[in-house]
Ligand binder design. Structure first.
Ligand code: GZL
Ligand code: ZN
Length: 332
């Protein structure tokens, strides 16, 4: 019985292939192929909804993703950068659904507001893979999240600050990441948990939207309000806002890394250089090189192989001396 059952399947399969061939199936890799995913020689069409180009980290992440999702690797990449605008990013995902891509990858700008469009992708049978940040929608609406442990990054930063200041009364200002984004929420939580019991007090906390300009203008406001000597510590949720703040501190005649101790997160090249130069005191890495891992997982998802619900990439952390030792060998 079993043998004949299998041979029936084999026959059906062969017929289906023959039909597809003689019906002149559309060019491989075009977006209206019925099933471009899975076959060895056809390109997998992937819609990638990137946040935008707000920081050095983002540039490194985009580069990593575009390199991994190449035609040589079996992909046709449809790329959209949403200029840090959540509504534009959701519209981009909707257009991927309408194009009938084989899979959608999203680096969600903010965590909320994703339920409807993720449901639409699910109804269209298009798997969604989150990279970098994640969403608050239930996890049956996406195949997996390939990201970073933002809360742990905040803990690493807070632990260093608590160690450095101990119970000395310390006035801290914070440059928060994009309001409502997973890294901003979790880096704040991790840091605040880690400094509990220390002498560090948050005197102000506003978003600089992960950009240098944002960090610079918010820091200018802090300096106008408190004065350089009214601030002991700056915690910036990414290097780029920290670098903008450094410009503001120096413009006001202050010495970043001395008058104001600075801790940031990312460890991109410019941040690591400022750390080596003594203008930043401690950096927690946030690894943007996720492309290879995400591309491999997309292939598994499209092929119907089981995948985990989340994959974390390890982050390191650096003092000024540690940065000097590694800066020339880093990939970003
Ligand atoms: C974190 C990433 C953040 C970076 C910022 O993984 O989402 O967004 O920390 C980037 O530099 O803009
Ligand atoms: Zn991170």
């Amino acid at each position: 019985m079993r043998k004949s059952f299998l041979s029936t399947i084999a026959m059906a399969g062969a017929t289906a292939l023959a039909l597809a061939a003689c019906s002149g199936s559309t060019e491989p890799g075009t977006t209206n192929d019925p099933g471009t995913g899975g076959n060895g020689d056809e390109l997998i069409t992937v819609g990638f909804a990137q946040t935008g180009s707000e920081s050095g980290w983002r540039a490194a992440n985009t580069q990593s993703m575009q390199t991994a999702f190449s035609e040589d690797n079996g992909f046709k990449l449809v790329f959209n950068a949403a200029d840090n605008d959540p509504a534009a990013q959701i519209a981009a995902v909707r257009s991927f659904i309408n194009q009938g891509v084989d899979a959608i990858v999203i680096a969600p700008i903010v965590s909320d507001g994703w339920d409807d469009v993720l449901q639409e992708a699910k109804d269209a049978g298009i798997p969604v893979i989150l990279e970098d940040r994640t969403v608050s929608a239930s996890d049956d609406l996406f195949a997996t999240w390939v990201g970073l442990d933002f809360e742990r990054e905040g803990v690493y930063a807070g632990e260093w600050a608590a160690e450095y200041f101990g119970d000395t009364p310390t006035r801290m200002v914070v440059l928060e990441g994009t309001t409502g984004s997973a890294p901003a929420n979790d880096r704040a939580k991790g840091f605040n948990d880690a400094i509990a019991g220390s002498g560090i007090v948050t005197i102000d906390s506003q978003t600089g939207d992960f950009t240098r300009d944002g960090g610079k203008s918010v820091m200018e406001g802090y300096i106008a309000k408190y004065g350089i000597d009214g601030i002991d510590l700056l915690y910036a949720h990414n290097d780029d806002m920290g670098l903008g703040a450094i410009e503001a501190i120096e413009a006001a005649g202050g010495k970043p890394g001395e008058d104001i101790i600075i801790i940031t997160i990312d460890a991109v090249r410019d941040g690591m250089q400022a750390l080596v130069d003594g203008k930043i005191n401690y950096i927690v890495e946030c690894n943007p090189l996720l492309g290879e891992l995400v591309a491999g997982i997309v292939k598994d998802v499209v092929a119907g192989n089981p995948v985990d619900k989340e994959y974390f990439v390890e982050d390191q952390k650096f003092t000024q001396d540690e940065a000097a030792a590694v800066i020339d060998s880093r990939l970003y």
